[in-house]
Design a protein around this ligand. Structure first.
Ligand SMILES: *[C@@H]1O[C@H](CO)[C@@H](O)[C@H](O)[C@H]1NC(C)=O
Ligand SMILES: *[C@@H]1O[C@H](CO)[C@@H](O)[C@H](O)[C@H]1NC(C)=O
Ligand SMILES: *[C@@H]1O[C@H](CO)[C@@H](O)[C@H](O)[C@H]1NC(C)=O
Ligand SMILES: *[C@@H]1O[C@H](CO)[C@@H](O)[C@H](O)[C@H]1NC(C)=O
Ligand SMILES: *[C@@H]1O[C@H](CO)[C@@H](O)[C@H](O)[C@H]1NC(C)=O
Ligand SMILES: *[C@@H]1O[C@H](CO)[C@@H](O)[C@H](O)[C@H]1NC(C)=O
Ligand SMILES: *[C@@H]1O[C@H](CO)[C@@H](O)[C@H](O)[C@H]1NC(C)=O
Ligand SMILES: *[C@@H]1O[C@H](CO)[C@@H](O)[C@H](O)[C@H]1NC(C)=O
Ligand SMILES: *[C@@H]1O[C@H](CO)[C@@H](O)[C@H](O)[C@H]1NC(C)=O
Ligand SMILES: *[C@@H]1O[C@H](CO)[C@@H](O)[C@H](O)[C@H]1NC(C)=O
Ligand SMILES: *[C@@H]1O[C@H](CO)[C@@H](O)[C@H](O)[C@H]1NC(C)=O
Ligand SMILES: *[C@@H]1O[C@H](CO)[C@@H](O)[C@H](O)[C@H]1NC(C)=O
Ligand SMILES: [Cu+2]
Length: 560
């Protein structure tokens, strides 16, 4: 069944001899950088003095080797978001999950092959909130001899959407950790590190794309924001979605894209408008009634022949709470049929996982500023995850060290209630910290129903699984009902992705095949919720052969 995951495997094998896979080497020096996106200069942590960091380009089949040298004052790890890391779990990167952090002054070399995935992914820090400024694009082109399953674009532009705080993000997170309250909201969003014309002191701090009339361009949209899903639009132009999370989709024409933190969306844009200048704009899709940064970031699409001096045309963005528009976009995407992977039909592990916020007790002698004098927490099946601090989970798993995690993550919530009913939810708002993970046999097929709860508030949570893509079989609103909702499953060409934005006050059903031994984090990609414990992990045992056994750790794996 696992081999069916990639039915084009034959095509790949045929081309394997024609195209020699290569080793792509990079060095990331991670250190202080002074930038001025808004009115004042700030010191941030960045890679190679760039914000965003360097774009990595590989061909499918290549080996990527990145030496990361930590010259910053903080503990550091880098995660290669969406990469399968087949048998290379030691390079995945989440701190205390697959490695201890790289201490200031130390280094670690991430080494892994990139196979059976093509399109746009990205890399980011995976420790505290450092990914606010430590991030960049990771673009996987088809291997030599293969081409895109769509018209070759004239040019390609990565567009990385970011989120900016004037304050030091580690301080922002630390303060929230101390008080138990929600952290301060951000001051701006950015496109390729630049906030754009609508912010104060924006003098020339706007990213610009120049296009030629009649040509087709590919925009690789990455949401690297910490805490906000974003609507994305370009005035006067439709977009054709051709890929998400480094998987190809059936072409989907739309005038608006919504992209959750962790997700990517590749679109084609035909420069067929009247010559002129057009704003590319992004602002939040905010599904919960909470305080959020409601500003708008812009870049400019400029036709090279335009002599117009008029201000760029601004698109009309959806309202912040426009859930129908978000849902129409998210739910209409399907995998490209000519490239479709076979959906596994026999399920070994059925999991029903509630996803939402909650509260934890304040602690003896402490004062907390969260609701009811408690601390915010967030959980899956009422288990609020706490990372270990003395050894990474993967090292503990590999060496059989006890006491780092427990493999008792429940397959169902501890209490069945009317999950999306606000009144019913207030009665069950407290949650407990733990290190509960789910153990899986090699090659088992897992089906997960993610069910949002109304505890404190309903909200759309982007759930990211490390190491795998999952098939998104169905999604909807209200409480999931197995009897009626199974008939909605797309078992033909469901979208494949690594991050699913679970509908606000709703549910989503996904399936994946646990064909990669290791420890794989699964978490909400809103960092505020990750800090509050909205995560768990899968521990996947080795299979019976050498090619299904996790190799030992690299010698330079950082120690705690
Ligand atoms: C990358 O480094 C390896 C050794 O670590 C070397 O063999 C290879 O030639 C390098 N490739 C490039 C493109 O520099
Ligand atoms: C880097 O910046 C931090 C403040 O964010 C400062 O405390 C530290 O001394 C700086 N380190 C270097 C090497 O400049
Ligand atoms: C990565 O690719 C190289 C070169 O093809 C191969 O020797 C190595 O075994 C691969 N590593 C893994 C973990 O599959
Ligand atoms: C990486 O760290 C090792 C061990 O501390 C050290 O010997 C080596 O010089 C470092 N390499 C670089 C490029 O900083
Ligand atoms: C905040 O708390 C989370 C969860 O315990 C922890 O992972 C993170 O490192 C803390 N952040 C800071 C800046 O101390
Ligand atoms: C604006 O910024 C761009 C890119 O940094 C630069 O090439 C250009 O010269 C700047 N223009 C002005 C008027 O400062
Ligand atoms: C975008 O597509 C819609 C639906 O096909 C169409 O009605 C509209 O005119 C198109 N807009 C542009 C600017 O091409
Ligand atoms: C953003 O929020 C502020 C503060 O709540 C409010 O005054 C402002 O009108 C909002 N802006 C938009 C565009 O909604
Ligand atoms: C528009 O730009 C293209 C390429 O830059 C050039 O070849 C063409 O002549 C220009 N057309 C007009 C009408 O200026
Ligand atoms: C997309 O999904 C919505 C339901 O949210 C549906 O009404 C619509 O017809 C679908 N198709 C397209 C092309 O948007
Ligand atoms: C709480 O405060 C009281 C009074 O100051 C003190 O006696 C007690 O040891 C403290 N408990 C803890 C767990 O810090
Ligand atoms: C950095 O990592 C080390 C090793 O895990 C740990 O002991 C230390 O507390 C961490 N420092 C911070 C500020 O989190
Ligand atoms: Cu969340």
């Amino acid at each position: 069944m696992a081999r069916a995951m990639w039915i084009l495997v034959c095509t790949f094998a045929m081309h394997a001899f024609a195209a020699s896979a290569k080793v792509v080497n990079h060095t990331f020096r991670v250190g202080n950088l002074t930038v001025q996106p808004l009115c004042e200069e700030r010191v941030v942590v960045a890679v190679n003095g760039q914000l965003p960091g360097p774009t990595i380009r590989v061909n499918e089949g290549d080996t990527l080797v990145v030496l990361v040298i930590n010259e910053s004052p903080y503990n550091l790890t880098i995660h290669w978001h969406g990469i399968f890391q087949k048998l290379s779990g030691w390079a995945d990167g989440p701190s205390y999950v697959t490695q201890c952090p790289i201490l200031p002054g130390n280094n670690y070399t991430y080494r892994f092959n990139i196979t059976k995935q093509e399109g746009t992914l990205w890399w980011h820090a995976h420790v505290s909130w450092l990914r606010a400024t430590v991030y960049g694009a990771l673009i996987i082109h088809p291997r030599a001899g293969r081409s895109y399953p769509f018209v070759k674009p004239h040019k390609e532009f990565p567009l990385i959407l970011g989120e900016w705080w004037n304050a030091n993000v580690v301080d922002v997170e630390n303060e929230a950790n101390l008080t138990g309250a929600a952290p301060n909201i951000s001051d701006a969003y950015t496109i390729n590190g630049r906030p754009g014309d609508l912010y104060p002191c924006a003098n020339n701090n706007t990213y610009k794309i120049t296009v030629t009339q009649g040509k087709t361009y590919m925009l690789r949209i990455i949401n690297a924001a910490l805490n906000n899903e974003l609507f994305f639009k370009i005035a006067g132009h439709n977009l054709t979605v051709v890929g998400i999370d480094a998987t190809y989709t059936e072409p989907y024409i739309t005038d608006v894209v919504v992209v959750a933190p962790g997700q990517t969306t590749d679109v084609l844009l035909v420069a067929n408008g009247p010559t002129g200048s057009y704003y590319i704009a992004a602002r939040p899709y905010a599904s919960a009634p909470i305080l959020f940064d409601n500003t708008t970031t812009t870049a400019i699409l400029h036709y090279n022949n335009s002599t117009s001096v008029a201000a760029p045309l601004m698109p009309v963005l959806p309202a912040f709470n426009d859930t129908p528009t978000a849902h129409r976009f998210y739910s209409n995407l399907t995998a490209l049929r000519s490239w479709t992977h076979k959906v596994p039909l026999d399920v070994d592990e059925h999991m029903f996982i509630t996803v939402g916020l909650g509260l934890e007790p304040c602690g003896v002698n402490a004062t907390c500023a969260g609701p009811s004098g408690m601390r915010f927490a967030a959980s899956m099946n009422n288990a609020s995850f706490r990372l270990p601090t003395t050894l990474s989970m993967l090292q503990a798993h590999f060496s059989g060290v006890q006491g780092i995690f427990t493999d008792d993550f429940p397959d169902t919530p501890p209490l069945v209630f009317d999950y999306t009913n606000a009144n019913a939810s207030q009665l069950v708002s407290t949650t407990l910290k733990s290190t509960r993970v789910k153990r899986l046999a090699y090659n088992s097929t897992v089906e997960m129903v993610f069910q949002n709860t109304a505890i404190l508030s309903v909200e759309n949570h982007p759930i990211h699984l490390h190491g795998f893509n999952f098939f998104v079989l169905a999604q909807g609103f209200g409480n999931y009902d197995n009897a009626t909702h199974r008939s909605m499953f797309n078992l033909v060409n469901p979208q494949l992705r690594n991050t699913i934005a679970v509908p606000v006050g709703g549910w989503a059903v996904v399936r994946f095949i646990a064909n990669n031994p290791g420890v794989w984090l699964m978490h909400c990609h809103l960092d505020v919720h990750l800090s509050w414990g909205l995560s768990t992990a899968f521990v996947i045992d080795n299979g019976p052969t050498v090619s299904s056994t996790l190799p030992p750790p690299p010698l330079d794996l950082p120690r705690c």
